[in-house]
Design a protein around this ligand. Structure first.
Ligand code: SF4
Length: 329
């Protein structure tokens, strides 16, 4: 355990956590909403500081990041807990305080990433922002050793801790689960605006950002909501990649899976305004390929997690010479 970095004492036995927009008030002996921070006699501790639950070398496309070192592998780490409670959570088994973890240190994580010739470290699987103290320490060390740091996140963090972490983060995939506050409140027990603020802060900080939206039939798949999301991503930048991901029933949600036609319609709507729109969790030809927005030349071919750079030379499209919107090694 390690003392948490962002909290205030309300009285001798109560504290308020200031790390994320849940702003939990935590009584003595109790945990916060994320199940990862505990109040012991008026001091807030993180219980997951040097604890991990999963460590793998993954294709970076799996995060998903399609425009950040495409085709590379990244050492991926996760632990337990989350500061949302989505009814469709795919990793709900990682929520519980009794979930089995193993010891990890920043030094060990960086050594593993270097030994495995990874492009960097991805903090992923569960919500990495509640792993704040470890991620900050590890990201700083990783950066000093020439590794990239990637967050795969729900975006729920307060501005002050985010700005402290941002200089060490190179890329983020941020879930924007809906453009409706009511969806966040009812389905995720969370809030929309802070997530949108994190997207804006990340872009302003110069971090490479990609956005993912899990499309759930009847809940967030209307053309109006897809248009609203598209306009938001456009406000961040026309070349910010948007990933529409197919939903499958999981945890508490029993709605039928997303039809391919719904995803294709979302792609069509978003492509009217954005350069790069992808479909994930689905088998369909070409929906993961990157094409030059100027001449449609195929730049990156993706099939499952097999990635092939094709029409690029000197960071430009070989056909029309337009600089590619990809971070390449
Ligand atoms: S990080 Fe955890 S304890 Fe802190 S406010 Fe968020 S959910 Fe609550």
């Amino acid at each position: 355990m390690k003392e948490a970095q962002y909290y205030e004492r309300l009285n001798d036995l109560e504290v308020r956590c200031l790390l994320c927009p849940q702003f939990c008030t935590i009584h003595n002996g109790k945990r916060g909403f994320c199940h990862a921070r505990v109040n012991q006699n008026g001091v807030l501790y993180t219980e997951i500081y040097n604890r991990a639950m999963a460590a793998n070398l993954d294709p970076i496309e799996k995060k998903p990041l399609y425009h950040f070192y495409p085709g590379s592998d990244i050492f991926s780490l996760g632990t337990r807990g989350c500061n949302q409670r989505c009814d469709f959570c795919q990793n709900w088994h990682m929520l519980q305080p009794e979930a089995t973890t193993f010891e990890i240190t920043a030094q060990r994580a960086v050594k593993e990433a270097l030994d495995q010739r990874s492009v960097g470290i991805a903090y992923t699987y569960n919500e990495p922002l509640i792993w704040y103290e470890f991620v900050l320490e590890c990201a700083e060390l990783a950066k000093s050793r020439g590794l990239k740091n990637v967050l795969v996140t729900n975006g729920m963090i307060n501005p002050e801790p985010f700005r402290r972490l941002a200089p060490f983060i190179d890329a983020m995939n941020i879930d924007v689960k809906s453009m409706e506050e009511s969806f966040y409140k009812k389905i995720c027990k969370s809030k929309l605006e802070p997530v949108l603020d994190t997207c804006r802060m990340a872009v302003e900080a110069g971090i490479h950002v990609e956005i993912t939206n899990l499309v759930i039939p009847t809940l967030n798949d209307s053309p109006e909501l897809i248009s609203k999301l598209t306009d938001f991503v456009l406000s961040l930048g026309k070349s910010i990649p948007l990933h529409f991901s197919a939903y499958f029933p999981c945890y508490k949600m029993t709605i039928q899976p997303t039809p391919l036609s719904t995803l294709l319609r979302a792609k069509e709507i978003a492509e009217e305004k954005l350069y790069y729109v992808y479909l994930g969790n689905v088998r369909a030809a070409g929906v993961g390929d990157t094409r030059c927005p100027q001449c449609s030349n195929l730049l990156v071919k993706r099939s499952g997690y097999f990635t092939e750079l094709k029409g690029i030379e000197d960071q430009k499209c070989v056909k029309c010479g337009r600089p590619v919107d990809l971070v390449l090694s």
